[in-house]
Ligand binder design. Sequence first.
Ligand SMILES: [Zn+2]
Ligand SMILES: [Zn+2]
Length: 213
Amino acid sequence: MKVSMSCTSDYDSKYDWDCNCQGGEDGLVIQRKGGAYNTAFFEAFPRNPSCFLRGEGSSIEEAEEDCWQKYQVVRTCKHEIMERRGRTDGYAYCTKCSYSSTVFEPLTKCCKCGKSTAYTQDYKGKYYCEKHGVTKPKNPNPGKYDWDIRHRVPRKRKKLLKKCAKLKFAEKGRYGKVKYTYKLAIKFTCDDYRLDLLFKKHEKDLIRKYGRS
Ligand SMILES: [Zn+2]
Ligand SMILES: [Zn+2]
């Protein structure tokens, strides 16, 4: 199966994943004791069970193997003990394997009817359920505060990320115009290269590596 890679050409996966996958050869891993090393990563988004898995290794082949082994454990585990780990939206992590998903009711409640929900938030941070989402007040000062953080990247951060992406592309010999798009995740493109920043961790890794120069 062809797997799209950030900053390198497609990779032919060893396993038949039957779900969206992506990878890269220079994911940066920060160690707890300080210091960082470069690593390849392989990420899969299985549908059954629906979750996100990430494998790492010194090569993309190793990273895929690591990810696949995690997937095998996820498939046989019963996920008996799930914990929220500080999240309030119902999303939780299995304590025995790499499985994570929305399995609990959100801890936050709709400010209109009191129903447990994490459906949407207004500019003051109040929650609304799906039914009452339409009554959500509009932000009188748009642009300044936006609680729908998944769809808004602060201008300063965007600028920094773009600068880092530019350095990363240059490292790969791509010096063209760097374009920013947002569709489910932050995406930078430059000529034929693409860089997806799917999670906050990816943004942090990129800034750690290129932010200081
Ligand atoms: Zn589990
Ligand atoms: Zn409600």
